[in-house]
Design a protein around this ligand. Sequence first.
Ligand SMILES: [Mg+2]
Length: 332
Amino acid sequence: VAIAPTNPLREFDLIERLCAKLPQGRRTILGVGDDCAVLAPARGRQVVTIDSMVEGIHFKLAWTNPEMLGARALTVNLSDVAAMGATPTACVINLAIREGLNAVFFGRLYAGLMQAARDAGVDIVGGNITRADQLSITITLLGEVGDRLMRRDRARVGDAIYVTGTLGDAALGLRILQGQVRARGESRKYLIDRFLAPSARIAAGKKLARLDPAPAAIDISDGLWQDLGHILDRSNVGAEMEVDAIPLSSAYRAVNGDNPELALRGGDDYELLFCMPPRISDAALSRKIGVRVTRIGRVVAEKNLRLIDHGRAIADRSRRLSGWDQLEPSKA
Ligand SMILES: [Mg+2]
């Protein structure tokens, strides 16, 4: 398709044609093409979330391909819905486009986005395109949930703190892309993929929400230290976390050794962090929700967050103790 990249209106035409193939199921009564989309009434409660990915802040085009970028823009929203224990249903997309990107690029970005939507059972029901100085993709995602949902303000003293999967992989992948860390072979590929092509823990989130009582939960987008802090603040409690318990992948260990700093402060893993009474073993809980979970600490009454290494506190949230310069997140 020969369309000059300097003719944005023609590009809009092409995107409109691409939008004719948007994934839509029975819940969508009226999709793209009218002033609003029209959806059938939800079966349960509805959740809604929004997230943006901005060029230069959250990604660089040199790191990724358009399909992965489109898929990732939806995944970061899917992860928020997963953290509530909800089922994602429908989304609308705002695309801010800049000069220098052509219709083929946006066609590929939409192809990745549409595939991710199909995989998650999400209808794309509307969108908006605007001109801007930077490329950005903003998605508003709807989901459905029954009476049981996971909130950040439900952690109780005595709860155990768990995470799904392994942490720090995406942050390490980002540093490899930035040239700050060197890695080769399978480990390099695995870690970069964890940053560029994350997956949301939707099935695990839904299974967790059905437990009684439903756990307090959050998805790890900003980093373990920061996101656990959000749960503690909302629940008005504190926590102790065992540094040796933080789950690291073999690829992470191969590249970064046992240093857990990136697993603590690095974001973008999109794993779930949740708090609930420790009634069953990690192995039994992992089988129950279909993904490996690891117990990393406990909820306590004193409103602080302490990192424990062999029985000694080595860092805390008040920063009176700090084993690392800072445990706040770092972004691309
Ligand atoms: Mg979140």
